[in-house]
Design a protein around this ligand. Structure first.
Ligand code: ARG
Ligand code: GLU
Length: 720
């Protein structure tokens, strides 16, 4: 890895190129005025930072919500109508679906408010205000403290800050660490719990292209669904009640019908989950060469097993669709990540950056004292971290794909609760969890996963020291994993829902006693104990050390590279990112345009196909070019891309134009640029948005839900 270092050092200033790029960054809304407004305006923004974040009057931030804690949503009417992605609303849509009312297949459109459907457990959270509480949280923290002492001081300080925060009684607050614990911000929030499903297109539109098209540009998915916030009569948060009324927002987004053009300013506002932009070069090398490849390799195997069963069995196809999508989502993203990090020479760039860092540090006596050996210490820490993080990945990837282990884990919870007061409550919980697992469980698929993945685990980890119970067992069966799996699944009854649940209903204690002598339980305990005793402690020690060094490294980077504007890594808090609508060159001699059209949906159309079927109504609208006011030059725009820096959690985020009008709905990134979580590069990093005109066209022309269009405020900012 160091072989290019000298060359890069000689060529000098490569790192400078990585310092500033339009598009890079997920910024805190309350700091835009100070850090970004000027640049945003120079890129074409026509509003001010105070229009985006203002605690004294309604601003754009009041129209943005965290949707269920895992996605983003935005308010698009004066009656609390929320827009988010189809894949964000999916579990709600699924929960309301039955064989007779299959809303996943057919879509759902409420005709009036009375038909809007409540969703237990679903919530949206507004951010009321954000405050820098770094001073209070870090007070009394000294550099001589151990990590443990440091954390306990911080925890106490946070508790005090939270307690002393002025807020209404229906509001809550939390404190989060930024820049690896160098800064802390307080968020005062308001959460609404009565969120009703208003409408969703069929999956053949909302998830058009499914796994084949996932993470891919050009894309043709209408990935949206609509909900509505209901509030008490006083407009305050209230638990579900038929008496609740549509929420009146402080602010809602107007919607532009004017579409997008290349180089238009765009801004995406939402709740990105997690990024790692300031890693040490060796960390990036390990991701590219160790962690991503082994996780991809294991998922290759798991997906091949599941796919083969799904192709030949309709029931398994339904049972495993969501699991398959989940496994393949990250699997595909990691492949794009490796490709992108390699292509943009991310490791070499980091090394050049580090060389410059070291040079500056060495030339300044204060820095030299504080940070002189920091990079060497990081190198040493990552040397320890590499192998154990790989073993951890292998174990977790394998363990989490074999559902028999998840079933045993539930039984084990019950064994742990034996003789305790909470046994009955645990029993109920365990039964519920088991029913959940069994609902989409097929023992044949699971047995094949066991045989395939355990063989990989065994071969891969045998030199790292495997539990004796496992090696003995494997040796006794001549290392034939098909036979081992067959033996386990034949002898256990845990793969049968009725047998397990009947036993738990009739005689839970007798069942547990018997299970304690089961081979499967021995194997399970051996695997878990091996992880807990041999992997987790080494991993945690190495990881703690890295966290500590990374905190110092982050602080040092901000001091040493004064000319650079730093943004904190994503941590599921509200952020603004901005960029421009632009295409990209995915490979030599290929240029990807900025938008796709309904004609492209028709090019991909495969009648009856699981991924690429197109509803008849949509085909008809296409044939008649019946696009209403939403088409452009006789074509219906579908999706577009831009340089906005987004990540998981930004699903459902609004894409706004220069005036703050809604122009699109973020839902994905292009494959070549998924490495933006680690190394954003404006040449290939693109976020993918549904064009808002496609959403309106579907609501209006496809679904006929004109009552919703009537609620919205449609504008023409470009045509004055
Ligand atoms: N890749 C997008 C995200 O990370 C969309 C995932 C949902 N779609 C799918 N086909 N699995 O969440
Ligand atoms: N689909 C992702 C999500 O659900 C957003 C895409 C991304 O990771 O950028 O949050």
């Amino acid at each position: 890895m160091y072989k290019h270092l000298k060359k890069i050092l000689l060529s000098g200033f490569l790192f400078i190129a990585t310092l500033v790029h339009a598009g890079d960054g997920m910024w805190l809304p309350q700091l835009l005025a100070q850090l970004n407004e000027k640049e945003m305006k120079s890129m074409g923004m026509k509003i001010s930072a105070a229009d985006i974040y203002n605690i004294n009057k309604g601003s754009l931030k009041d129209a943005i919500v965290s949707f269920g804690g895992f996605c983003t949503g935005e308010i698009i009417s004066s009656k609390g109508l929320i827009l988010t992605n189809h894949h964000c609303g999916f579990s709600s849509i699924q929960n309301h679906s039955t064989i007779d009312h299959n809303y996943i297949r057919d879509g759902f459109w409420s005709r009036n408010e009375a038909e809007e459907m409540p969703n237990k457990g679903l919530f949206v959270t507004f951010i009321v205000r954000i405050e820098d509480v770094s001073k209070a949280v870090l007070s009394g923290v000294t550099s001589s403290m151990s990590e443990k002492e440091r954390q306990s001081t911080i925890d106490k300080n946070i508790a005090a800050v939270q307690k002393n925060t002025k807020q209404e009684d229906y509001q809550k607050n939390f404190v989060r660490a930024f820049f690896n614990g160098n800064q802390y911000f307080l968020f005062v929030t308001e959460t609404y719990n009565d969120i009703r499903l208003v409408g969703a297109p069929p999956s053949s539109i909302g998830n058009f292209g499914k796994d084949t098209d996932n993470w891919i540009w050009p894309r043709h998915t209408g990935d949206f669904s609509m909900f509505r916030i209901y509030a008490g009569k006083d407009n305050k948060p209230a638990d579900y009640s038929p008496d609740n009324v549509p929420y009146t927002p402080k602010k809602y987004l107007s919607i532009s019908l004017d579409g997008v053009a290349k180089n238009d300013f765009t801004m995406v506002f939402g709740f990105p989950g997690r990024t790692n932009e300031y890693l040490y070069s060796e960390a990036v090398r390990q991701i590219v060469e160790i962690n991503d490849p082994v996780r991809i390799q294991i998922r290759d195997k798991a997906l091949a097993v599941i796919d083969a069963f799904m192709r030949k069995d309709e029931k398994i196809k339904i049972q495993y669709a969501s699991k398959f999508a989940g496994i393949s989502n990250a699997w595909k993203k990691w492949q794009g990540e490796v490709l992108g990090l390699t292509k943009t020479k991310a490791v070499a760039k980091k090394q050049a950056y580090e060389a410059e860092f070291q040079k500056r540090v060495d030339n300044n006596p204060t820095w030299k004292k504080a940070y002189g050996s920091l990079l060497n210490e990081l190198a040493a820490a990552y040397e320890q971290f590499g192998p154990v993080s790989r073993s951890r990945d292998v174990f977790l990837e394998v363990y989490s794909k074999i559902e028999l282990f998840a079933i045993v884990a539930q039984i084990n919870n019950l064994i742990k609760a034996e003789g305790q007061q909470n046994f009955d409550a645990t029993l109920e919980k365990v039964k519920e969890k088991l029913q959940d697992i069994y609902k989409d469980y097929n023992a044949e698929v699971d047995e094949k996963l066991f045989a395939t993945l355990m063989e990989f685990y065994y071969e891969d980890q045998k030199d790292q020291g495997l539990p004796k119970e496992l090696t003995d067992f494997v040796t006794s069966k001549d290392q034939n994993f098909a036979a081992i799996a067959a033996h386990i699944y034949k002898t256990t009854t845990l793969d049968q829902e009725d047998v397990t649940l009947n036993a738990l209903n009739d005689d839970p204690n007798g069942f547990l006693e018997k299970f304690k002598n089961d081979n499967l339980f021995d194997l399970y305990k051996a695997l878990i104990n091996n992880y807990v005793a041999n992997i987790a402690p080494t991993y945690n020690t190495a990881d703690d050390r890295i966290q500590e060094l990374q905190r110092t490294y982050m602080k040092a980077q901000m001091e040493v590279f004064k000319e650079k504007k730093f943004y904190p890594d994503a941590n599921s808090t509200m952020r603004v990112t901005y960029g421009k609508v632009n295409g990209y060159e995915p490979k030599d001699a290929v240029w990807y345009e900025i938008s796709t059209h309904l004609s492209g949906v028709m090019e991909k159309y495969k009648p009856g196909d699981y991924e690429f079927d197109v509803p008849e109504k949509l085909r008809e609208l296409y044939k008649n070019k019946d696009y209403g006011p939403y088409g452009e030059n006789g074509k219906m725009p579908v999706c577009f891309i831009g340089t906005n820096h987004t990540t998981g959690g930004n699903s459902g985020s609004p894409a706004l134009d220069a005036y703050g009008n809604l122009i699109g709905l973020n839902f994905d990134r292009a494959w070549e640029g998924t490495m933006s979580d680690i190394n954003y590069d404006p040449s290939i990093c693109r976020n993918i948005m549904v064009d808002i005109r496609y959403v309106l066209f579907l609501v209006d022309k496809f679904a006929g839900a004109t009552r919703l269009i009537d609620e919205m405020k449609l504008v023409h900012p470009k045509k004055h």
